[in-house]
Design a protein around this ligand. Structure first.
Ligand SMILES: Cc1cc2nc3c(=O)[nH]c(=O)nc-3n(C[C@H](O)[C@H](O)[C@H](O)COP(=O)(O)OP(=O)(O)OC[C@H]3O[C@@H](n4cnc5c(N)ncnc54)[C@H](O)[C@@H]3O)c2cc1C
Length: 409
C-alpha cells in the first residue's frame, strides 16, 4: 500500500469521525484515510453527566468500541488504527506508538489534528484506558455518590450544572452545592474568556438566571463569584464530612467533592513540534481553512496540517455541536484541495451557538440561535429530547461501517 497517499486523522471522536465520513467517499483512487485513535472506545460525552450518577447508564447510550468494521464498509481501502497514538508530528509524517505496515513513521499528504480536550475522569476517560476500566470507574462513582450526603461541585459550567441536576433528580434529599467563579452559572462573563482567545462567546444571562432559579427551588445551593480552596487530593469521596473554605470566607460542608473544571485542549504534540502554533491557553491556532498557523516556515507544521474540534482556536463554543459542523466543513475543504478546486472558507453556522442544559429528567434551560428571530430560549421539548437520550442517535449515526452501533437508551 506504499503507493497510497494518506490522509491521517488523529482522534476519532466527533471532529475526527465526522471529517472522515465526509472525506472518505470523495477521495479519488490512490488516496486513503488512516484514522488513528488512542483509546479502544469512543465516548458520547453528553451522556457522561448521567452515567456517572445513575446506575445502569454506564452501559447504555454512552460508548462504542472503535473498529475497522464499524467505521468503514467491508473491503474499504481506508484504515482504522486503534488503539494506537500519534506521539510526534514531523514534516509530512507522524510517529505512531504502534507500527503500521512495518513502521512507526507514517507519511501523509494531509494530517488532521482532532485530539480534542482532556479532563479528569469521569468527564473524559484517561488516555489508554480500556472500556472495562472506564465503566468500572463510572460504577464506583455512582456508588460513592449514593453513599455521600453532601456533594460539592466545583465549577458551574454546563457539565457541573448538569451533573448537579442529575444528582438532585435521583437523590433529592442529598445536599448539592455548586461553587462557580463567574457572576452567573455557565459562562456569562466576557472577561472570563481565556487569555489570548478573545472570540470565545459568552452564554446568555437569561439562561444562567433560569438555571439558578430552578436549582434554588430544588434546594441546590449556588455560590457565584467564588472559588473553593481545595487541598491536594481533596476530590472524590472524602471519607468524612469536611469544611471546605471558599475564597469569599464562606465554607461548604461536604463528604464528596466533584471537580468540574480544568477542561483543557489536548495540544501537547502540537506544542512539542512548534510552540508558536499553540495559543497561550493551549489551543492550536488555525486559519479559516482550518490550516495550522506555524510559527515559521521552518516549522514541521508548515506543511499540510489542519486542526478542528475542541483542540482548535475557532470562534465558537468548543462543543459537540461545533465539532460536528467543523468535521464536514473541513472534509469538503480537503476534498476540494485534492481535486484542485478553491475551497470555501469556514464560518461557524448560527447553530454552533446552541446551548441546552438539562437538570436530570425534568427541567433545564437553554438558548437557540435562530435565523431572523435571533437567539431564543430553548423550548421544553428540546430539553426533553436531550434528557431522554442525550442525542445518542447522532453518535450512532457516525458509525457507517458494516457493523452497526446502537447505544439507544
Ligand atoms: C461531560 C461532557 C459533557 C458534554 N456535553 C455536551 C453537550 O451536551 N453538547 C455538546 O454540544 N457538547 C458537549 N460536550 C462537549 C463535546 O463533547 C466536545 O466538544 C466534543 O467531544 C469535541 O469533540 P472532539 O472530537 O474535538 O474531541 P474529543 O471528543 O475530546 O475527542 C478527541 C479524541 O482524540 C483522541 N486522541 C487524543 N490524542 C490522541 C493521539 N495523540 N493519538 C490518537 N488519538 C488521540 C482521544 O482519545 C479522543 O477520542 C461535553 C463534554 C463533556 C466532557
Amino acid at each position: 500500500m506504499a503507493s497510497q497517499k494518506n490522509i491521517v486523522v488523529i482522534g476519532a471522536s466527533v471532529a475526527g469521525h465526522t471529517f472522515v465520513n465526509t472525506i472518505a467517499p470523495q477521495l479519488p483512487a490512490g488516496y486513503r484515510v488512516i484514522l488513528v485513535e488512542r483509546n479502544e472506545f469512543i465516548v458520547h460525552l453528553p451522556t457522561v453527566v448521567r452515567s456517572c450518577i445513575v446506575p445502569g447508564w454506564e452501559s447504555k447510550n454512552l460508548t462504542s468500541r472503535l473498529t475497522q468494521e464499524n467505521v468503514f464498509p467491508t473491503g474499504s481501502r481506508h484504515r482504522v488504527l486503534c488503539p494506537n497514538s500519534v506521539v510526534e508530528l514531523r514534516t509530512n509524517s507522524v510517529v505512531l506508538s504502534e507500527a503500521f505496515e512495518g513502521s512507526t513513521e507514517l507519511a501523509f499528504e494531509k494530517c488532521i489534528i482532532a485530539t480534542g480536550a482532556q479532563q479528569g475522569a469521569p468527564f473524559r476517560p484517561a488516555a489508554g484506558s480500556s472500556l472495562d476500566e472506564y465503566k468500572t470507574f463510572l460504577r464506583n462513582m455512582q456508588n460513592d455518590i449514593k453513599a455521600a450526603e453532601s456533594i460539592l461541585i466545583v465549577g458551574g459550567g454546563t457539565v457541573g450544572v448538569e451533573t448537579g441536576g442529575e444528582i438532585n433528580a435521583l437523590y433529592p434529599k442529598k445536599q448539592v452545592t455548586i461553587v462557580h467563579s463567574e457572576s452567573g452559572l455557565l459562562h456569562p462573563d466576557a472577561t472570563a474568556a481565556p487569555a489570548g482567545f478573545t472570540t470565545f462567546p459568552t452564554t446568555g444571562a437569561k439562561v444562567s438566571a433560569n438555571l439558578q432559579k430552578q436549582l434554588g427551588v430544588r434546594g441546590v445551593k449556588v455560590y457565584l463569584n467564588d472559588r473553593a480552596i481545595l487541598q491536594p487530593g481533596q476530590s472524590g469521596p472524602l471519607g468524612s464530612r469536611q469544611s471546605i473554605p471558599l475564597k469569599s470566607g464562606e465554607t461548604v460542608e461536604a463528604d464528596y467533592v466533584l471537580v468540574s473544571v480544568g477542561n483543557v485542549p489536548n495540544s501537547a504534540i502540537v506544542k512539542a513540534a512548534d510552540p508558536a502554533a499553540v495559543s497561550a491557553n493551549g489551543y492550536v491556532i488555525v486559519d479559516s481553512l482550518f490550516r495550522v498557523v506555524p510559527g515559521s516556515s521552518a516549522s514541521p507544521l508548515a506543511g499540510e496540517y489542519y486542526a478542528l474540534g475542541d483542540v482548535a482556536a475557532l470562534p465558537s463554543w468548543r462543543t459537540s455541536v461545533s465539532a460536528s459542523a467543523e468535521g464536514p466543513a473541513l472534509g469538503n475543504i480537503v476534498a476540494a484541495e485534492i481535486k484542485g478546486k478553491s475551497p470555501k472558507a469556514y464560518t461557524p453556522a448560527s447553530m454552533t451557538g446552541a446551548c441546552i442544559v438539562t437538570l436530570g429528567d425534568k427541567g433545564g434551560a437553554g438558548q437557540l440561535p435562530m435565523p431572523i428571530f435571533g437567539t431564543v430560549s430553548a423550548p421544553g421539548f428540546i430539553l426533553g429530547m436531550k434528557s431522554k437520550d442525550f442525542f445518542a442517535r447522532q453518535f450512532d449515526a457516525r458509525f457507517t461501517g458494516a457493523t452497526k452501533v446502537s447505544t439507544a437508551a
